[in-house]
Design a protein around this ligand. Sequence first.
Ligand code: KG4
Ligand code: ZN
Length: 342
Amino acid sequence: MHVLGIETSCDETGVALVVGAADGLPRVVADRLHSQVDLHAAYGGVVPELASRDHIRRVLPLLEGALDEANVRSSEIDVVAYTRGPGLAGALLVGAGVACSLAASLGRPAVGVHHLEGHVLSPFLSADPPTFPFVALLVSGGHTQLLHVTGVGRYALLGDTIDDAAGEAFDKSAKLLGLGYPGGPALARLAEFGDPEAYTLPRPLLQRDSLDFSFAGLKTAVRTHAARLDSTCEQARADLAASTQEAIVDVLAKKSMAALAATGYDRLVVAGGVGANTALRERLRRGCDERGARLHFPEPALCTDNGAMIALAAAMRLERGIAVPTRNHAFDVLPRWPLVSA
Ligand code: KG4
Ligand code: ZN
């Protein structure tokens, strides 16, 4: 079974093809991506209208490239999966529109996929895939959640952010430090030259018996320190970047370990863009080693948005008979779709 995946929820156009196997995990046979980083950089953040227009420009050439890469004809596509939400409404509509028209022209079903489910399942494409059940730390640009995952489509919320997401904390702090978009990787690069203990920054909710997160106070503290920085002192900027990263990583790691303790699980899966952060990976690796727990990541390139995770999530759902394929090819998008209903 060939499942095509189309991702256009934000600032990356991703098109990938996976081959589903009933007796094993789906395998990626083509994966094409176009990042809009250069397009939005001049504006310091994602401009939704520009994002939609660029998805329109990129999606069909990427599709052709993916089919060439896999040496597969479009008539061999069995299912077309697309990101139905959450994300930017206009950007989502491009992927949904292309996916459903392609499916209609091929006479195949289309499947709308939850973007965050794509992230959570993405470690199944790694060389060391997890097995259920596990705790998932989902850290994307807009979400920071700890999930109790017992199977495909079986997610329970253990903790959530009450204000900013960890990715937002990286991005907003980067902006306060005068770093460009995308802020997370830029702040991580600057942090390499800094002292993570130079500044004492807040770690909200860490003392409480709760798996929820809060990063708004950290941003306020970074703003105060950044305003006092001597603009000629590069070392102080690097120190503040390193201390900020340390505060975010510390909170994410401690709450993840607390979630393992609370569930009694010995497996942690980390997914979403912030999962590409090296300091976070190292800290979680140490924490899991100390507990004798297994740690699973997607390959770094599959931490951020991509089409492969969307095709994968659709294929895993289809194999279990829990996907909802549509054959009438009408579509909608859900910009604020929760992964776990409250
Ligand atoms: O999952 P993702 O690509 O998109 C969403 O679904 O939101 O996550 C994007 C987030 C951004 O906040 C970005 O700054 C952050 O992931 N990010 C990083 C790193 N790479 C991406 N944050 C810290 N360190 C990184 N290396
Ligand atoms: Zn994402």
